[in-house]
Ligand binder design. Structure first.
Ligand SMILES: NC(=O)c1ccc[n+]([C@@H]2O[C@H](COP(=O)([O-])OP(=O)(O)OC[C@H]3O[C@@H](n4cnc5c(N)ncnc54)[C@H](O)[C@@H]3O)[C@@H](O)[C@H]2O)c1
Length: 362
Protein backbone atom coordinates (compact mmCIF):
# COMPACT_ATOMS: atom_id res chain seq x y z
CA UNK A 1 0.00 0.00 0.00
CA UNK A 2 1.26 3.46 -0.88
CA UNK A 3 0.92 6.32 1.60
CA UNK A 4 -1.97 8.76 1.06
CA UNK A 5 -1.21 11.29 -1.73
CA UNK A 6 -0.48 14.08 0.76
CA UNK A 7 2.28 11.89 2.28
CA UNK A 8 3.51 10.29 -0.92
CA UNK A 9 6.68 10.98 -2.96
CA UNK A 10 6.40 10.08 -6.64
CA UNK A 11 9.35 10.20 -9.01
CA UNK A 12 8.32 10.74 -12.66
CA UNK A 13 10.89 10.08 -15.38
CA UNK A 14 10.33 12.00 -18.63
CA UNK A 15 8.07 14.53 -16.89
CA UNK A 16 9.01 17.35 -19.27
CA UNK A 17 7.63 15.42 -22.26
CA UNK A 18 4.11 15.23 -23.65
CA UNK A 19 2.53 12.55 -21.44
CA UNK A 20 4.89 13.00 -18.48
CA UNK A 21 3.87 16.65 -18.12
CA UNK A 22 0.18 15.64 -18.14
CA UNK A 23 0.99 13.11 -15.40
CA UNK A 24 2.64 15.84 -13.33
CA UNK A 25 -0.46 18.05 -13.72
CA UNK A 26 -2.62 15.12 -12.56
CA UNK A 27 -0.38 14.43 -9.54
CA UNK A 28 -0.57 18.11 -8.59
CA UNK A 29 -4.38 18.07 -8.96
CA UNK A 30 -4.43 15.03 -6.65
CA UNK A 31 -2.16 16.90 -4.19
CA UNK A 32 0.74 14.47 -4.07
CA UNK A 33 3.23 15.68 -1.47
CA UNK A 34 6.41 15.41 -3.53
CA UNK A 35 6.81 15.09 -7.30
CA UNK A 36 10.36 14.62 -8.56
CA UNK A 37 10.67 15.06 -12.32
CA UNK A 38 13.74 13.22 -13.62
CA UNK A 39 14.25 14.51 -17.15
CA UNK A 40 17.51 15.22 -18.97
CA UNK A 41 15.65 17.45 -21.48
CA UNK A 42 16.38 15.91 -24.86
CA UNK A 43 15.02 17.70 -27.94
CA UNK A 44 11.56 16.37 -26.86
CA UNK A 45 11.64 17.65 -23.27
CA UNK A 46 11.09 21.28 -22.41
CA UNK A 47 10.93 23.26 -19.19
CA UNK A 48 8.44 25.67 -20.78
CA UNK A 49 5.94 22.78 -20.74
CA UNK A 50 5.89 22.98 -16.92
CA UNK A 51 6.06 26.73 -16.24
CA UNK A 52 3.03 26.81 -13.90
CA UNK A 53 3.65 23.38 -12.39
CA UNK A 54 7.20 24.24 -11.31
CA UNK A 55 5.71 26.63 -8.71
CA UNK A 56 4.03 23.70 -6.87
CA UNK A 57 5.72 23.46 -3.44
CA UNK A 58 6.46 19.72 -3.69
CA UNK A 59 7.80 19.87 -7.26
CA UNK A 60 11.50 19.38 -8.11
CA UNK A 61 13.20 18.94 -11.47
CA UNK A 62 16.36 16.84 -11.62
CA UNK A 63 18.10 17.15 -14.97
CA UNK A 64 19.44 13.60 -14.86
CA UNK A 65 19.99 11.07 -17.63
CA UNK A 66 18.45 7.65 -16.96
CA UNK A 67 21.39 6.15 -18.90
CA UNK A 68 23.63 7.21 -15.98
CA UNK A 69 23.26 4.36 -13.48
CA UNK A 70 25.24 6.10 -10.71
CA UNK A 71 23.23 9.32 -10.96
CA UNK A 72 19.94 7.40 -10.78
CA UNK A 73 21.12 5.54 -7.68
CA UNK A 74 22.01 8.87 -6.04
CA UNK A 75 18.55 10.26 -6.77
CA UNK A 76 16.88 7.32 -5.06
CA UNK A 77 19.26 7.72 -2.09
CA UNK A 78 18.37 11.38 -1.90
CA UNK A 79 14.56 11.31 -2.31
CA UNK A 80 13.51 7.81 -1.12
CA UNK A 81 10.48 7.80 -3.45
CA UNK A 82 7.41 5.71 -2.63
CA UNK A 83 6.70 5.24 -6.34
CA UNK A 84 8.37 5.73 -9.71
CA UNK A 85 6.37 6.39 -12.88
CA UNK A 86 8.75 5.65 -15.72
CA UNK A 87 7.96 7.53 -18.94
CA UNK A 88 11.38 8.75 -20.10
CA UNK A 89 12.01 7.31 -23.53
CA UNK A 90 12.94 8.03 -27.09
CA UNK A 91 9.44 7.94 -28.55
CA UNK A 92 9.38 8.80 -32.26
CA UNK A 93 9.14 5.76 -34.57
CA UNK A 94 10.61 7.59 -37.59
CA UNK A 95 13.69 8.60 -35.59
CA UNK A 96 14.10 4.98 -34.45
CA UNK A 97 14.37 3.93 -38.10
CA UNK A 98 17.06 6.51 -38.83
CA UNK A 99 19.00 5.98 -35.59
CA UNK A 100 18.05 3.01 -33.39
CA UNK A 101 21.05 3.42 -31.03
CA UNK A 102 19.48 6.09 -28.79
CA UNK A 103 16.37 3.93 -28.46
CA UNK A 104 18.38 0.93 -27.31
CA UNK A 105 20.38 3.02 -24.83
CA UNK A 106 17.55 5.05 -23.28
CA UNK A 107 14.60 2.69 -23.55
CA UNK A 108 16.39 -0.55 -22.65
CA UNK A 109 19.53 0.37 -20.71
CA UNK A 110 17.78 3.31 -19.01
CA UNK A 111 14.98 1.04 -17.79
CA UNK A 112 17.55 -1.51 -16.63
CA UNK A 113 19.34 1.20 -14.61
CA UNK A 114 16.10 2.20 -12.92
CA UNK A 115 15.20 -1.40 -12.10
CA UNK A 116 18.62 -2.05 -10.59
CA UNK A 117 18.43 1.16 -8.55
CA UNK A 118 14.98 0.14 -7.27
CA UNK A 119 16.27 -3.33 -6.38
CA UNK A 120 19.19 -1.87 -4.44
CA UNK A 121 16.97 0.63 -2.62
CA UNK A 122 14.43 -2.11 -1.74
CA UNK A 123 17.26 -4.24 -0.32
CA UNK A 124 18.64 -1.32 1.67
CA UNK A 125 15.22 -0.60 3.18
CA UNK A 126 14.71 -4.28 4.03
CA UNK A 127 18.05 -4.56 5.85
CA UNK A 128 17.65 -1.25 7.70
CA UNK A 129 14.16 -1.94 8.99
CA UNK A 130 13.01 -4.49 11.58
CA UNK A 131 9.41 -4.40 10.31
CA UNK A 132 8.69 -5.43 6.68
CA UNK A 133 9.72 -2.36 4.65
CA UNK A 134 7.54 -0.95 1.86
CA UNK A 135 8.99 -1.69 -1.56
CA UNK A 136 9.08 1.04 -4.18
CA UNK A 137 6.11 0.85 -6.56
CA UNK A 138 7.60 0.82 -10.09
CA UNK A 139 5.15 1.72 -12.87
CA UNK A 140 6.51 1.24 -16.37
CA UNK A 141 4.60 3.19 -19.02
CA UNK A 142 4.54 1.45 -22.40
CA UNK A 143 2.76 1.36 -25.71
CA UNK A 144 0.32 -0.87 -27.62
CA UNK A 145 2.91 -0.93 -30.44
CA UNK A 146 4.71 -3.80 -28.66
CA UNK A 147 1.88 -6.11 -29.82
CA UNK A 148 2.59 -5.51 -33.51
CA UNK A 149 -0.13 -5.06 -36.08
CA UNK A 150 -3.76 -6.20 -36.20
CA UNK A 151 -5.80 -7.08 -39.29
CA UNK A 152 -9.20 -5.52 -39.93
CA UNK A 153 -10.69 -7.06 -36.76
CA UNK A 154 -9.64 -8.01 -33.23
CA UNK A 155 -8.24 -6.19 -30.22
CA UNK A 156 -5.00 -6.23 -28.21
CA UNK A 157 -5.53 -7.88 -24.81
CA UNK A 158 -3.07 -7.90 -21.90
CA UNK A 159 -2.02 -11.44 -22.87
CA UNK A 160 -1.64 -10.76 -26.61
CA UNK A 161 1.73 -11.94 -27.91
CA UNK A 162 4.52 -9.42 -28.43
CA UNK A 163 5.39 -8.82 -32.10
CA UNK A 164 7.11 -5.43 -32.32
CA UNK A 165 7.93 -4.27 -35.85
CA UNK A 166 9.91 -1.01 -35.44
CA UNK A 167 13.13 -0.35 -33.52
CA UNK A 168 11.04 1.89 -31.21
CA UNK A 169 8.44 -0.77 -30.40
CA UNK A 170 11.16 -3.45 -30.09
CA UNK A 171 13.00 -1.30 -27.52
CA UNK A 172 9.77 -0.74 -25.57
CA UNK A 173 8.96 -4.47 -25.76
CA UNK A 174 12.43 -5.28 -24.40
CA UNK A 175 11.94 -2.87 -21.50
CA UNK A 176 8.49 -4.36 -20.72
CA UNK A 177 10.14 -7.79 -20.52
CA UNK A 178 12.86 -6.49 -18.19
CA UNK A 179 10.23 -5.06 -15.84
CA UNK A 180 8.33 -8.34 -15.80
CA UNK A 181 11.52 -10.33 -15.13
CA UNK A 182 12.66 -8.02 -12.31
CA UNK A 183 9.22 -8.49 -10.73
CA UNK A 184 9.27 -12.28 -11.03
CA UNK A 185 12.94 -12.80 -10.15
CA UNK A 186 13.74 -10.03 -7.68
CA UNK A 187 10.29 -9.27 -6.27
CA UNK A 188 10.14 -5.68 -7.54
CA UNK A 189 6.68 -4.20 -6.95
CA UNK A 190 6.03 -3.52 -10.64
CA UNK A 191 3.07 -2.69 -12.86
CA UNK A 192 3.10 -2.10 -16.62
CA UNK A 193 0.59 -0.23 -18.75
CA UNK A 194 0.32 -0.32 -22.54
CA UNK A 195 -1.57 2.53 -24.15
CA UNK A 196 -2.73 3.51 -27.61
CA UNK A 197 -1.89 6.77 -29.44
CA UNK A 198 -2.23 9.90 -27.31
CA UNK A 199 -3.15 13.36 -28.54
CA UNK A 200 -3.64 16.72 -26.85
CA UNK A 201 -1.72 19.84 -25.76
CA UNK A 202 2.09 19.90 -25.48
CA UNK A 203 2.80 17.10 -27.94
CA UNK A 204 6.14 17.68 -29.62
CA UNK A 205 5.49 19.15 -33.08
CA UNK A 206 6.92 16.20 -35.03
CA UNK A 207 3.99 13.83 -34.36
CA UNK A 208 1.00 13.45 -36.72
CA UNK A 209 -1.60 15.78 -35.17
CA UNK A 210 0.64 18.80 -34.41
CA UNK A 211 2.36 18.39 -37.80
CA UNK A 212 -0.99 18.50 -39.60
CA UNK A 213 -2.14 21.60 -37.69
CA UNK A 214 1.16 23.38 -38.29
CA UNK A 215 1.40 22.54 -41.99
CA UNK A 216 -2.24 23.48 -42.61
CA UNK A 217 -1.92 26.85 -40.88
CA UNK A 218 1.29 27.58 -42.80
CA UNK A 219 -0.46 26.73 -46.11
CA UNK A 220 2.08 23.94 -46.74
CA UNK A 221 1.43 20.42 -48.08
CA UNK A 222 0.01 18.15 -45.35
CA UNK A 223 1.93 14.85 -45.59
CA UNK A 224 -0.04 11.60 -45.27
CA UNK A 225 1.98 8.36 -45.27
CA UNK A 226 0.97 5.80 -47.94
CA UNK A 227 -2.78 5.96 -48.58
CA UNK A 228 -3.56 7.12 -45.04
CA UNK A 229 -5.46 3.92 -44.33
CA UNK A 230 -3.45 2.83 -41.25
CA UNK A 231 -5.73 2.69 -38.21
CA UNK A 232 -4.86 3.90 -34.72
CA UNK A 233 -6.89 4.14 -31.51
CA UNK A 234 -6.72 7.67 -30.08
CA UNK A 235 -6.84 8.69 -26.41
CA UNK A 236 -6.85 12.25 -25.04
CA UNK A 237 -3.67 12.72 -23.00
CA UNK A 238 -5.44 13.82 -19.80
CA UNK A 239 -7.49 10.61 -19.83
CA UNK A 240 -4.23 8.66 -20.09
CA UNK A 241 -2.68 10.64 -17.23
CA UNK A 242 -5.68 9.87 -14.98
CA UNK A 243 -5.43 6.19 -15.90
CA UNK A 244 -1.71 6.17 -15.13
CA UNK A 245 -2.11 7.65 -11.66
CA UNK A 246 -4.80 5.01 -10.95
CA UNK A 247 -2.51 2.20 -12.13
CA UNK A 248 0.45 3.59 -10.17
CA UNK A 249 -1.55 3.94 -6.95
CA UNK A 250 -4.00 1.01 -7.13
CA UNK A 251 -2.86 -1.41 -9.85
CA UNK A 252 -2.15 -4.97 -8.79
CA UNK A 253 1.54 -5.76 -8.45
CA UNK A 254 2.85 -7.92 -11.32
CA UNK A 255 -0.09 -7.05 -13.56
CA UNK A 256 -0.27 -5.19 -16.87
CA UNK A 257 -3.10 -2.87 -17.91
CA UNK A 258 -4.12 -1.96 -21.45
CA UNK A 259 -5.39 1.59 -21.89
CA UNK A 260 -7.28 2.85 -24.95
CA UNK A 261 -9.84 5.39 -26.08
CA UNK A 262 -12.32 3.27 -28.11
CA UNK A 263 -11.67 5.77 -30.89
CA UNK A 264 -10.29 4.00 -33.94
CA UNK A 265 -9.63 6.26 -36.92
CA UNK A 266 -7.63 5.92 -40.13
CA UNK A 267 -4.82 8.46 -40.38
CA UNK A 268 -6.66 10.03 -43.31
CA UNK A 269 -9.82 10.42 -41.20
CA UNK A 270 -7.78 12.17 -38.50
CA UNK A 271 -6.24 14.54 -41.04
CA UNK A 272 -9.61 15.26 -42.68
CA UNK A 273 -11.21 15.93 -39.28
CA UNK A 274 -8.51 18.50 -38.47
CA UNK A 275 -8.95 20.12 -41.91
CA UNK A 276 -12.73 20.40 -41.40
CA UNK A 277 -12.27 21.96 -37.93
CA UNK A 278 -9.77 24.46 -39.31
CA UNK A 279 -12.19 25.34 -42.16
CA UNK A 280 -14.64 26.39 -39.41
CA UNK A 281 -12.21 28.13 -37.05
CA UNK A 282 -9.86 29.83 -39.48
CA UNK A 283 -11.04 29.52 -43.13
CA UNK A 284 -8.47 29.88 -45.91
CA UNK A 285 -8.90 32.78 -48.31
CA UNK A 286 -9.00 30.31 -51.21
CA UNK A 287 -9.99 26.63 -51.14
CA UNK A 288 -10.20 24.25 -48.22
CA UNK A 289 -7.48 22.86 -45.96
CA UNK A 290 -8.04 19.37 -47.34
CA UNK A 291 -6.73 20.66 -50.70
CA UNK A 292 -3.29 20.64 -49.03
CA UNK A 293 -3.33 16.87 -48.31
CA UNK A 294 -0.38 15.20 -50.08
CA UNK A 295 0.26 11.46 -50.05
CA UNK A 296 3.94 10.63 -49.43
CA UNK A 297 6.02 7.43 -49.40
CA UNK A 298 4.95 5.12 -46.58
CA UNK A 299 7.08 4.35 -43.50
CA UNK A 300 8.79 0.91 -43.81
CA UNK A 301 7.23 -1.70 -41.50
CA UNK A 302 4.21 0.60 -40.93
CA UNK A 303 1.78 -1.35 -38.72
CA UNK A 304 -1.70 -1.48 -40.26
CA UNK A 305 -3.98 -1.35 -37.22
CA UNK A 306 -3.87 -1.05 -33.43
CA UNK A 307 -6.94 -1.43 -31.21
CA UNK A 308 -7.20 -1.96 -27.47
CA UNK A 309 -9.38 -3.99 -25.14
CA UNK A 310 -9.29 -1.77 -22.03
CA UNK A 311 -11.84 -3.75 -20.01
CA UNK A 312 -9.35 -4.74 -17.25
CA UNK A 313 -8.57 -1.17 -16.18
CA UNK A 314 -12.27 -0.25 -16.51
CA UNK A 315 -13.48 -3.19 -14.40
CA UNK A 316 -10.68 -3.34 -11.81
CA UNK A 317 -9.89 0.33 -11.31
CA UNK A 318 -13.09 2.03 -12.50
CA UNK A 319 -11.34 4.13 -15.17
CA UNK A 320 -13.25 5.49 -18.18
CA UNK A 321 -12.09 7.97 -20.82
CA UNK A 322 -13.93 11.27 -20.36
CA UNK A 323 -13.09 13.00 -23.64
CA UNK A 324 -14.62 11.96 -26.97
CA UNK A 325 -12.35 12.20 -30.03
CA UNK A 326 -14.56 14.87 -31.64
CA UNK A 327 -14.31 17.23 -28.65
CA UNK A 328 -10.73 16.30 -27.76
CA UNK A 329 -9.49 17.14 -31.25
CA UNK A 330 -11.26 20.53 -31.10
CA UNK A 331 -9.57 21.28 -27.75
CA UNK A 332 -6.22 20.19 -29.18
CA UNK A 333 -6.50 22.35 -32.31
CA UNK A 334 -7.53 25.38 -30.26
CA UNK A 335 -4.64 24.81 -27.88
CA UNK A 336 -2.09 24.71 -30.72
CA UNK A 337 -3.55 27.81 -32.34
CA UNK A 338 -3.37 29.68 -29.00
CA UNK A 339 0.11 28.44 -28.10
CA UNK A 340 2.18 29.17 -31.18
CA UNK A 341 4.93 30.57 -28.99
CA UNK A 342 5.39 27.21 -27.23
CA UNK A 343 5.44 25.44 -30.60
CA UNK A 344 8.12 27.78 -31.95
CA UNK A 345 10.16 27.59 -28.77
CA UNK A 346 10.29 23.78 -28.55
CA UNK A 347 10.34 23.21 -32.32
CA UNK A 348 13.60 25.17 -32.43
CA UNK A 349 15.31 22.22 -30.69
CA UNK A 350 14.45 19.92 -33.58
CA UNK A 351 17.63 19.04 -35.43
CA UNK A 352 16.16 18.76 -38.91
CA UNK A 353 13.04 19.41 -40.93
CA UNK A 354 13.79 16.75 -43.56
CA UNK A 355 11.61 13.66 -43.89
CA UNK A 356 12.61 11.08 -41.28
CA UNK A 357 12.14 7.34 -41.16
CA UNK A 358 12.44 6.20 -44.76
CA UNK A 359 15.02 3.57 -43.77
CA UNK A 360 16.61 1.39 -46.45
CA UNK A 361 19.92 -0.46 -46.53
CA UNK A 362 23.07 1.25 -45.16
N1 LIG B 1 2.86 9.41 -27.27
C1 LIG B 1 2.09 8.33 -27.29
O1 LIG B 1 1.11 8.28 -28.03
C2 LIG B 1 2.39 7.17 -26.37
C3 LIG B 1 1.47 6.12 -26.29
C4 LIG B 1 1.73 5.06 -25.40
C5 LIG B 1 2.88 5.05 -24.63
N2 LIG B 1 3.77 6.09 -24.74
C6 LIG B 1 4.97 6.04 -23.88
O2 LIG B 1 4.83 7.10 -22.94
C7 LIG B 1 6.10 7.63 -22.62
C8 LIG B 1 6.11 9.13 -22.86
O3 LIG B 1 5.82 9.39 -24.22
P1 LIG B 1 5.75 10.90 -24.77
O4 LIG B 1 4.97 10.87 -26.03
O5 LIG B 1 5.36 11.80 -23.67
O6 LIG B 1 7.30 11.12 -25.13
P2 LIG B 1 8.09 12.47 -25.35
O7 LIG B 1 9.10 12.15 -26.41
O8 LIG B 1 7.18 13.63 -25.55
O9 LIG B 1 8.83 12.71 -23.95
C9 LIG B 1 9.91 11.91 -23.51
C10 LIG B 1 10.59 12.64 -22.37
O10 LIG B 1 11.63 11.80 -21.87
C11 LIG B 1 12.80 12.59 -21.69
N3 LIG B 1 13.97 11.73 -21.88
C12 LIG B 1 14.33 11.08 -23.02
N4 LIG B 1 15.47 10.42 -22.85
C13 LIG B 1 15.84 10.60 -21.55
C14 LIG B 1 16.92 10.14 -20.77
N5 LIG B 1 17.89 9.37 -21.29
N6 LIG B 1 16.98 10.51 -19.46
C15 LIG B 1 16.02 11.32 -18.92
N7 LIG B 1 14.99 11.80 -19.63
C16 LIG B 1 14.88 11.44 -20.94
C17 LIG B 1 12.72 13.67 -22.75
O11 LIG B 1 13.52 14.81 -22.41
C18 LIG B 1 11.22 13.96 -22.77
O12 LIG B 1 10.89 14.97 -21.85
C19 LIG B 1 7.13 6.88 -23.47
O13 LIG B 1 7.70 5.89 -22.67
C20 LIG B 1 6.30 6.27 -24.58
O14 LIG B 1 6.87 5.06 -25.04
C21 LIG B 1 3.55 7.13 -25.60
Amino acid sequence: MLPEPNQCCVMVTGGAGFIGSAVIRQLIADQYAAIINVDVLTYAGNESTLTKESAYPGYRHERTDIRDAGAIRELLDCYHPDAIMHLAAESHVDRSIDGPGDFINTNIHGTYNLLEAVRAEDERRATESDAPAARIRFHHISTDEVFGSLGATGLFHEDSSYQPNSPYSASKAASDHLVRAWGETFGINAVVSNCSNNYGPYQYPEKLIPVVIHQAMAGNPIPVYGKGDNIRDWLFVDDHARALVMVMSRGQSGRTYNIGGDAERTNLEVVETICRELDEISPRTEGRYSDLITFVKDRPGHDFRYAIDASRIKNELGWQPQERFETGIQRTIEWYLNNQQWVEEVGGKQSSSIRLGLGGPR
